[in-house]
Design a protein around this ligand. Structure first.
Ligand code: PGA
Length: 256
């Protein structure tokens, strides 16, 4: 039995509008009230423009809120930028950094992502650093090399104290939005490898850091994924946009 309580996070990406997200949240809150979760934490990650609305609605509930990204700079002449302090100011406690869609669509480098991670920590946000290999990298047997490089870029910048309290999400790029999840064994292999990598920094830090799996998680595959020792929860995209499937995943985590 691990000391790490499970966590399920919904990454809403660039979906929804004020009305539909409000309805989605009503659904999630009502499903979760039936589950009466004791162990599982639940987070949602709306688009920037709805963060304040969602954070206000969720204040005092069991569901936490985070942003999908932050700017690496603190403030100033950055048209279109959103700082970690702003995200914190509107009521968020978490932020994703280094999601593969940011790495690919916005050409974010390991170094830039490490700077974003550092900004989160400086502003009191809990960062969730996303790592994952492409299909080609997996075929070339380079999965561990890629994910450890992505993780080490952060740990070498912020060090042990700077990393403490953060989370990791392993999201194989080939599994995101494709309907083809990693098998529980594939996920466990990489999660165990990432934990080993953290243990080189510090054993205790490694054993308390939550490592989430992401990539086509559904109500159907969640139980088997969460059955693995080093899978501490999930970062869920598509299935987080429906209250009942998201709640089913939370239930699977609670019972894992
Ligand atoms: P998916 O997305 O669940 O739709 O595959 C996961 C993610 O990108 O975080």
């Amino acid at each position: 039995m691990s000391e790490r309580n499970p966590l399920v996070a919904g990454n809403w990406k660039m979906n929804g509008d004020a009305a539909s997200l409000d309805t989605l949240l009503d659904g999630v809150l009502s499903e979760l009230s039936v589950l009466a979760l004791q162990r599982c934490s639940v987070l949602v990650f709306p688009s920037y423009v709805y963060l304040g609305q969602v954070a206000n609605k969720l204040r005092g509930t069991i569901v936490g809120v985070g942003s999908q990204d932050v700017d690496e700079r603190t403030q100033g002449a950055v048209t279109g930028g959103v700082s970690a302090a702003m995200v914190k100011d509107v009521g968020c406690e978490f932020s994703l950094v280094g999601h593969s869609e940011r790495r690919t669509l916005f050409a974010e480098s390991d170094e830039l992502i490490a700077e974003k991670f550092e900004q989160c920590k400086a502003c009191g946000l809990v960062p969730i650093i996303c790592v994952g290999e492409t299909l080609e990298e997996r075929r070339q047997d380079r999965t561990m090399e890629v994910v450890t490089r992505q993780l080490n870029a952060v740990t070498s910048r912020v060090g042990l104290a700077g990393f403490d309290g953060a989370m990791v999400a392993y999201e194989p790029v080939w599994a995101i939005g494709t309907g083809e999840s990693a098998t529980p064994e594939q996920a466990e292999d990489v999660h165990a490898g990432l934990r080993k990598c953290l243990a080189e920094l510090d054993e205790d830090l490694s054993s308390r850091t939550r490592i989430l799996y992401g990539g086509s998680v559904t109500a159907d595959n969640a139980v088997a994924l969460f059955g693995k020792e080093n899978v501490d929860g999930a970062l869920v995209g598509g299935a987080s946009l429906k209250a009942n499937s998201f709640a089913e995943i939370c239930k699977a985590a609670e019972e894992s």
